[in-house]
Ligand binder design. Structure first.
Ligand code: ZN
Length: 155
């Protein structure tokens, strides 16, 4: 990717966004068939909205994600459907009052076919131990494959 503008003009991508908090290593993995800039803008709007609502009543805390479960410590327990699960980035921002490095989004894969893109997204979520995605984001992957992917997990 030559520059930011060019990167944002991409579509049919699997992407990764890191949490902007220095003390937090969470990352969000997502996919979109639309322009990356459009999806990033949506994340920005949702996060800003969520933080605005919560900061009205609460003070900003330095609370960190639970360290108990090292494997999946940033993972949010459950989400009713796949669409709602795309809000995992918003939930992390809201729960911890953290922003994300939206402008520094990394493109992990470029794949035109939606079903392949969803699989690539799930594999990346499983590979990244700090993914803050919900468990339903990897529902498309058979459990025995999940184990195989996690065996090769990036340290
Ligand atoms: Zn964070």
């Amino acid at each position: 990717m030559k520059d930011k503008t060019e990167k944002m003009e991409n579509y049919d991508v699997v992407y990764k966004i890191e949490c902007a908090n220095n003390l937090c290593d969470a990352a969000y993995i997502g996919q979109t068939g639309r322009y990356l800039k459009t999806r990033i803008k949506e994340h920005e709007i949702n996060i800003n909205k969520a933080l605005k609502i919560t900061t009205d009543n609460l003070t900003v805390s330095n609370e960190q994600p639970q360290r108990r479960d090292k494997r999946r410590r940033h993972m949010i327990p459950r989400s009713p459907d796949r669409n709602a699960s795309s809000a995992a980035i918003t939930t992390h921002a809201k729960n911890f009052k953290h922003l994300f490095k939206l402008k520094e989004v990394k493109i992990l894969h470029k794949e035109k076919k939606l079903n392949k893109r969803l699989i690539l997204e799930s594999v990346e979520i499983l590979k990244n131990r700090n993914a803050c995605n919900t468990r339903s984001d990897v529902d498309g992957i058979n459990d025995s494959y999940k184990d195989l992917i996690q065996l090769n997990k990036i340290k």
